[in-house]
Write a protein that binds this ligand. Structure first.
Ligand SMILES: Nc1ncnc2c1ncn2[C@@H]1O[C@H](COP(=O)(O)OP(=O)(O)OP(=O)(O)O)[C@@H](O)[C@H]1O
Length: 233
């Protein structure tokens, strides 16, 4: 587990009704930097993200964020305390303009300075402010979803497959932005692209059937002979 822990997940069990998906998951996320959550389809990565943000209640275990027990806090409180979430599915309002989508992301009144800062990070969005978000490309929508989450000023940003379905050139652009972002806040990235994930992350957890099967420094996990076994379909 990374040394300084910002988000501390202890003995977490979670699932849907009677079907348990996560089993005794222990994860530590440091104050700054990237952490990757890897694992094959159905390993429980999205379930873990939903449990961290409070969309799904844990059945057992505890979550501490920034030194406080948030296990029983509602999603809104978790978001207000600094947890941002970019879900796997495209999470933009298709009929609203890019500008209005960004306004929804801002928790208080839209701060023009904050919008300018995210537009500096994602300049393509700045050229499309008045365009309905439904007309953006898949990659631009992902960028909009990330930009919107950033306007909530997260201290910890959870990204569930931020490059899924995105063209390779845009993947590179998003990766570079995430590497930059991870210099100032904590970034948790669920990714199918192993290389990308391990470029953003310094530390990685690999889930296998809902349990942490492997963890360690990104370089070590990458060269672990067991890794491919846990990622193979
Ligand atoms: N709403 C739900 N109700 C019941 N079971 C669910 C629900 N959502 C997910 N599951 C099940 O939980 C397990 C873990 O799913 P999850 O989406 O967390 O996996 P994942 O690692 O994110 O997979 P992927 O890489 O395919 O997105 C799967 O077996 C899935 O079928």
């Amino acid at each position: 587990m990374p040394e300084q822990t910002f988000l501390d997940i202890r003995h977490l069990d979670a699932g849907y009704g009677r079907s348990q998906v996560l089993f005794d998951v222990n994860i530590g996320i440091p104050w700054r930097g990237g952490v990757a959550v890897l694992g094959r389809n159905g390993a429980g990565k999205t379930t873990l993200m939903k449990t961290i943000v409070g969309e799904l209640a844990s059945t057992t275990g505890e979550l501490f964020f920034d030194g406080r027990d948030i296990t029983r806090r509602r999603t809104e409180e978790r978001v207000r305390s600094g947890i941002g979430y970019v879900p796997q599915e495209h999470s933009v309002f298709a009929r609203l303009s890019v500008r209005d989508n960004l306004a929804v992301g801002s928790l208080s009144n839209l701060d023009a300075g904050a919008v300018d800062r995210v537009l500096e990070i994602f300049p393509k969005l700045g050229q499309r402010l008045d365009q309905p978000a439904g007309t953006l490309s898949g990659g631009e929508r992902k960028m909009l979803a990330i930009a919107r989450a950033m306007l909530g000023n997260p201290k910890l940003l959870l990204l569930d497959e931020p490059t899924e379905g995105v063209w390779i050139g845009v993947i590179e652009e998003i990766t570079e932005r995430l590497i930059e972002l991870a210099k100032s806040i904590a970034v948790v990235i669920v990714e199918q692209h192993l290389d990308l994930a391990l470029r953003v992350a310094e530390y990685a957890y690999v889930l296998d059937r809902g349990r942490v099967a492997l963890q360690g420094e990104a370089g070590k996990v990458r060269s672990d002979p067991e890794l491919l076994r846990y990622l193979a379909p």
